[in-house]
Structure formats: C-alpha cells, structure tokens
Design a protein around this ligand. Structure first.
Ligand code: CUA
Length: 338
C-alpha cells in the first residue's frame, strides 16, 4: 500500500484484493456522502420560500423515481456482495498443497510446530511464495491469529481446529497479534512472522534441530497411551477400526450416516469416542479427555494423517512411513515445486 497512508504493509497474495475492496467501499461511501450533501444544499436554495404566503404545489409521488432509487443501490450492494464473497471464499477455503504448521494458543503465548518438528514460540519462520496453512487450537480460551500485513484473521477456538492460510509475497518480519480479548496479557500475546527466501528457509529448518516431528511424536503417544492394543501396532485395526488410511476417507457410522475423517473428526474420536462410533464396532473405547494436551493431540492427529494414503488436501503428497526420523525436509506436505 502507498506509504503515505497509515496502512499496514501489503505482503501476501490476498492483501491486494482485500485493500482494493476496502477502497471501493470507501469510494462508494465518499461518493454518496458528497452527493447527498450537494443535493441538500441545492434543494435548500432552489426550493426556498420566496414570500410568506407561498403554498407549494402538492406532489403525489413518482414511481419512476422510487424504482430508480431502489434499483441503483441494489446493484451497487450486489457488487459489494459478489466481490466480498469471492475474497471470502479465497481466504477461508482451506489451502491446497500447503506447508502445514500446527499452532496452539494459550494465555498468553503462541506455540508453533513445523511438520518437520521444529518448535517456535511467538515467532514463525515461513518460506516466501509458498502457501502456509496454520492448523490451530487453544489450551484455554478463545484467541485469534491476526496478521495485518497478510490481511488474514481467524479465531482459535477451544475444542476444535480452525485453519488459516497465507502466501507471503515479500521477505521480512511481520507483526501478528492475538485479536480476541483473552485476559490480562492479551495485548502482549503477539509476535512475528519471519518470511524468508526458500533456500534460506531450508537452511533455517536444518539449522534448528528439532526433536521428533509431530508425526513421530504422535507415534510415541499412540504407543504410550495404549492405542496399539485395540487399533494394532501399525494401526491395521483389531478390536477398534483400522486407522491406516482413515484420514480424508469417508467413514460409515453405526446408524448409517457417514462422515469425512478430517482433523476435527479424529480429535473428537479421541476425546469423545462415543460421539461417532464406526459401523461394526461397539462403543468400547475410553475417552482420553484430560490425559492428553492439545499439543499431544495435534501430534497424534499428525501421526494418523501420516498413515493416510489419500490426503484430501494434497492428493499428490506422499506421507512418510511412521518410522521415518525427522529431517530437514517438510514431510507431510512437501512443496509442489520440489
Ligand atoms: Cu489471546 Cu487475546
């Protein structure tokens, strides 16, 4: 955006369009404000009372005029609606073929974990020119990830996963803020998105030894929580349904309905297994509510996703075997360019 305007920098593929719509709204508003003032002043002069005994001619209304002042505003409102809907869909449809980053908000900090295992707090490094998808939840109250330079903003809600995506167009350090009042240090719940050239980003990733990737850590949780005893050592199934390839597939439930096994479904089935029991299985699974943190839950979900052969969001991305060790390459969602 022009630097003479007190406006945040424009640094994502979405920000130009959002700004254009904003200035269009601003322009329409300014135009009609001026028009109405001008007409008011003109009428005051044109139809002023010229002598004390003047009686104006009665006016009975005008169908033509009334139609005109209904249809024109309708058409203008529709341009705003159509344009706004177009941007809304572009922004809130989950991104395809994106680099996935797991985000957990808590009072009062942001925790990030890359698919390759690197963790960050209140700072997130991302590559330039690549879609980045944040898969977000919170350990306590509602927070909100707001990145003004990218013109994106999404609530982070307890008990579910929400997503936000962006594709940065300029390297740099950009502020992000919590944009949902969440208690005493809400205003301090902020940090930086660091956008780097792709090669620099690869160096950064490999320079930050990471411990286990989320999928590998999830594999560990899968074993230590005893999931193996019902779902099998390699998630091939047993007393419980097979989990191999379940992510992204249609699951038929007891009762006949079917659901798509997305992140939200996997999460619900771990915390509240009786909610959606897979057809052919009894409601025998215990709840893991209270035994697993949001971060660990994301890791188990990442593990289950890594077992999937058909990913709904990036059909071309081949997941690693569960035994794969963390490396410098983003695994669960490689760049389409690579
Ligand atoms: Cu978190 Cu406001």
């Amino acid at each position: 955006m022009q630097s003479w305007l007190p406006f945040p920098e424009s640094a994502s593929t979405l920000s130009g369009e959002v700004d254009a719509l904003y200035f269009y709204l601003w322009g329409v508003t300014a135009f009609f404000t001026l028009l109405i003032y001008a007409v008011v002043i003109y009428f005051v002069i044109r139809y002023r009372r010229r002598n004390p005994f003047e009686i104006p001619r009665p006016i009975e209304g005008s169908t033509k005029l009334e139609t005109l002042w209904s249809v024109i505003p309708l058409l203008i409102a529709m341009t705003i609606f159509v344009w706004g809907a177009k941007i809304y869909f572009a922004q809130y449809r989950p991104a395809q073929n994106a680099l996935e980053v797991y985000v957990v908000g808590k009072q009062w900090m942001w925790k990030f974990q890359h698919a390759t295992g690197q963790r960050e707090i209140n700072e997130l490094h991302v590559p330039l020119g690549q879609r980045v998808k944040l898969i977000m939840t919170t350990e306590d109250v509602i927070h909100d990830v707001f990145i003004p330079a990218f013109r994106v903003k999404t609530d982070v809600v307890p008990g579910k996963y929400t997503t936000e995506w962006f594709q940065a167009t300029k390297p740099g350090r950009y502020n992000f803020f919590c944009a949902e009042y969440c208690g005493m240090n809400h205003s301090g719940m902020r940090g930086y998105i660091v956008v780097m050239e792709p090669t620099e980003y690869e160096n950064w990733l490999s320079g930050n030894a990471s411990g286990a990737s989320p999928a590998a850590a999830g594999r560990g949780m899968y074993e230590s929580l005893g999931c193996v005893s019902c779902h099998g050592a390699n998630a091939e199934g047993g007393r419980g349904p097979a989990l191999m390839g379940v992510y992204g597939s249609k699951v038929v439930l007891n009762g006949g309905q079917s659901v798509t096994a997305d992140e939200g479904y996997l999460r619900e089935s771990i915390l509240n297994p009786q909610a959606k029991v897979v057809t052919g299985f009894g409601p025998i699974m215990p709840s893991f509510q209270g035994q697993i943190s949001e971060e660990q839950l994301l890791q188990v979900v990442a593990y289950l996703k890594s077992l999937s052969t058909a990913k709904p969001e990036s059909a071309t991305a081949k997941p690693p075997p569960p035994s794969a060790q963390p490396s410098a390459q983003p695994k669960s969602s490689p760049s389409p360019k690579r």
